[in-house]
Design a protein around this ligand. Structure first.
Ligand SMILES: O=C(O)CCC(=O)C(=O)O
Length: 246
């Protein structure tokens, strides 16, 4: 029996495509995680600046950075993404055997001028089975003012839809549509949990400070690329038979 995923969370995930877990971790735990993330994030920013501000991907040194494979590059972060809380959540929602699929910090600087476009995480890479699970963890307090994630409730019910490439990320729905969904402000240590088919964006950070998120994605063990049905190799086991993987 899950200690973290109850009837309410299941119903919200089923009907709206997302749910919020309040105070999953303490602010002290997030401060420790932030210090681990930021060694890598700073190096990423330096590298981006050396390349003129962008490496051609979706990170822009002064605005928003996606620093990926943190766990694979840092033993402390790997320990974090395999914590019992994630074993509990992922086995409750995905089944007894789960893997870490992807992880990245997403730091959004203040005085921003761009939202991050509406997309489904499946829009970046089609995999089988879909959906997998994304956990967007607030590493500091995340508000509408500093650019929290927004969701379109029920958008996961229509499967994976077409995404266009834009200069700031893939997009499947207009930032100008009058229906801009529902914001999910999160206190430091709380997390939004959603399906890889759930449409989400993040708003402008009009505050003075950095908005800090850690995005961790989990899948059923044995995930395949959809296009050729080849198993994706090198993923880290998180749970086996409902227990923490060794
Ligand atoms: O955190 C953000 O600003 C957007 C991140 C996001 O949507 C994602 O990683 O899929």
């Amino acid at each position: 029996m899950s200690a973290l995923i109850h009837e309410l969370q299941r119903r919200e995930l089923q009907e709206k495509g997302y749910t919020v877990l309040q105070n999953l971790f303490t602010p002290a735990e997030m401060a420790e995680l932030a210090s681990q993330i930021e060694d890598h994030q700073r190096r990423h920013v330096e590298n981006l600046k050396a390349m003129g501000g962008t490496d051609g991907g979706i990170s822009r040194a002064e605005e928003i950075t996606f620093t990926d494979h943190l766990a694979e590059n840092d033993a402390n972060i790997m320990k974090f993404v395999k914590r019992d809380e994630f074993v509990d959540i992922t086995t409750a929602l995905l089944g007894p055997d789960t893997d870490l699929y992807w992880n990245q910090s997403v730091y959004k600087a203040g005085h921003g001028t761009k939202q991050f476009p509406w997309h489904q995480d499946d829009g970046y890479m089609n995999v089988d089975p879909s959906p997998y699970l994304t956990i967007w963890l607030a590493v500091n307090d995340v508000t509408v003012e500093n650019g929290c994630v927004w969701f379109l409730p029920g958008s996961h019910l229509h499967g994976v839809i077409n995404h266009e490439d834009t200069p700031i990320g893939k997009a499947c729905y207009s930032l100008d549509d009058p229906d801009q969904g529902v914001p999910a402000p999160l206190t430091c240590g709380s997390a939004a949990v959603f399906w890889s088919t759930t449409m989400h964006k993040s708003g402008l950070n009009v505050s003075d400070g950095m908005r800090k998120g850690f995005v961790i994605q989990y899948c059923q063990a044995g995930l395949k690329y959809l296009h050729n049905q080849e198993t994706i190799t090198g993923l880290t086991p998180v749970a086996r038979n409902n227990e923490a993987a060794q």
